[in-house]
Design a binder for this molecule. Structure first.
Ligand code: HEC
Ligand code: HEC
Length: 419
């Protein structure tokens, strides 16, 4: 426990809990009273700590960033169409899988499985879609550099939607023609066939290879537009204020009454550890609790799976992706694609590294890590306590520390907002 803390021993902590309980009752009876007794147990945050708390606060989240690679990112009609695509299971090989199968609105836009399941089983855990518009790279390995390009991956993945871009274009011409044309212009004739370059099915691949180049271009354009519409919707999914944010809000506004009743002493202790001794903010920082970078935490490979190289493979994939920021289907000018142009391509450095996930609503979406290796937050924290990864260094966390950090993580749950 840090020196900054006014309660120093376990005994004092117990007294403090007693005080908070008593004065909560008093506050409840006389809601306007200043509840002075509770203020005694507030940590004496230093200026520097307050600035860290402010940086983690949801009030520091800027407005949605522009996506120059998607000219339709903020187009309300594209957003409405994208939402329909997101929930439409007709875009799948068995007519049963939509984006929402694995990204369920009632589950923080993820699911509760260690490895996601569509037509078949995937090799990684589904990801929550909270505040993804603020990301630079997408997927655990960052193999995509925009939300629209990301959306095109699962559609043609044989264990997710198990579909093809040609079949997507055909279904759009069949079911969504007028909505599509109103946004993206005239749709060319699309035959009812399946053809795709992203498949191991030799018949489907051959059908693509033998398609005329102009036709391929038309299909790719419709497919990219489908992704742009989906992205216009997905980017609106953002986390709302959690109890932690209410605490920081009260702290920044000197609102003593709310300050003292928002977080318990144990949660405050966890928060102090999180931004202090435990060094969690080395990676889980900013209002989304992620630095959007890739790290090797030394998490074990899930049983029965081959070693996953993570970001090391992701770098190669994003550079060769026909739908990346510099590709012909992107609306960006070359100067808009700095992240891709100046990508850190040191693949050796990133072997086994995965994207730092947001910790917003983390308590609501077990299991954890890229392969769903851990069933509970407790297991994640016990793993951190013992991890030998050179990227982690947690200053010898005790079991009590872990309990406090877990209590703090539970204060990061808030409502999810989506258009
Ligand atoms: C079968 C389950 C499944 C389906 C269906 C699915 N996803 Fe995913 N999604 C995943 C998995 C698994 C990951 C992580 C994959 C990886 O890293 O390789 C992921 C990752 C993502 C991400 C990256 C989030 C981030 O923080 O980087 C986004 C965005 C996303 N999916 C959106 C979509 C959209 C849009 C659709 C529909 C077009 C879709 N997903 C369909 C399982 C699915
Ligand atoms: C070196 C960077 C780094 C540090 C420091 C770090 N984390 Fe993480 N954290 C990650 C990465 C990367 C992952 C995903 C790892 C994976 O799937 O292999 C992760 C995953 C998690 C998860 C699981 C979230 C999910 O959605 O699966 C939790 C919870 C978590 N970290 C909490 C913490 C806490 C608490 C601390 C401090 C004790 C901490 N982390 C320190 C980088 C870091």
């Amino acid at each position: 426990m840090s020196k900054n803390h006014i309660y120093l021993s376990r005994r004092n902590l117990e007294v403090a809990i007693f005080l908070i309980a008593t004065s909560m009752i008093l506050c409840h009876v006389a809601a306007d009273s200043p509840c002075a007794a509770q203020s005694d147990i507030q940590p004496a945050w230093s200026k520097q700590e307050i600035s860290v708390l402010r940086s983690l606060w949801i009030g520091s989240l800027p407005p949605l960033p522009k996506d120059p690679s998607n000219a339709f990112a903020d187009n309300p009609k594209a957003k409405a169409l994208g939402k329909k695509f997101f929930f439409d299971a007709r875009f799948s090989g068995n007519l049963k899988v939509s984006c929402a199968t694995c990204h369920r609105p009632d589950m923080n836009f993820t699911d509760d499985l260690p490895l996601a399941h569509g037509i078949g089983s995937t090799v990684r855990r589904s990801m929550p879609l909270l505040g993804v518009a603020y990301n630079t790279w997408f997927f655990w390995d960052g193999r995509k550099d925009s939300l629209w390009s990301q959306a095109l991956g699962p559609l043609e993945n044989n264990v997710e939607h198990g579909f093809t871009r040609t079949a997507c274009a055909y279904l759009i011409s069949k079911y969504y023609l007028s909505e599509y044309e109103e946004i993206f212009g005239t749709m060319p004739d699309i035959a009812n066939t399946v053809a795709s370059p992203a498949t191991e099915d030799t018949i489907v691949l051959k059908a693509w290879v033998t398609t005329r180049p102009e036709k391929k271009e038309e299909i790719n354009r419709i497919y990219a537009n489908m992704g742009k519409a989906i992205a216009a919707y997905v980017r609106t999914i953002v986390p709302g204020p959690a109890r932690f944010d209410m605490y920081v809000d009260a702290l920044l506004h000197n609102d003593m009454a709310n300050l003292v009743r928002t977080l318990t002493p144990e949660e405050l202790n966890g928060l102090q550890l999180f931004i202090g001794k435990a060094k969690c903010t080395n990676c889980h920082n900013g209002p989304l609790f992620t630095n959007s970078d890739f790290h090797n935490t030394g998490v074990p490979t899930p049983a029965g799976m081959p070693f996953d190289k993570g970001r090391a493979d992701g770098i190669k994939k994003v550079l060769s992706d026909e739908f990346n920021c510099l590709g012909r289907y992107s609306d960006a000018g070359a100067q808009d694609c700095d992240e891709l142009r100046f990508i850190d391509s040191d693949t050796k450095k990133y072997v086994g590294a995965f994207k730092t996930p947001t910790l917003r609503n983390v308590a609501e979406r077990a299991p954890y890590m890229y392969g769903g290796q851990f069933a509970t937050l407790k297991e994640v924290l016990e793993f951190y306590q013992h991890s030998k990864s050179h990227e982690l260094g947690h200053g010898g966390l005790t079991d009590e520390d872990l309990t406090a950090i877990e209590a703090f993580l539970r204060t990061l749950s808030g409502p999810v907002k989506a258009d």
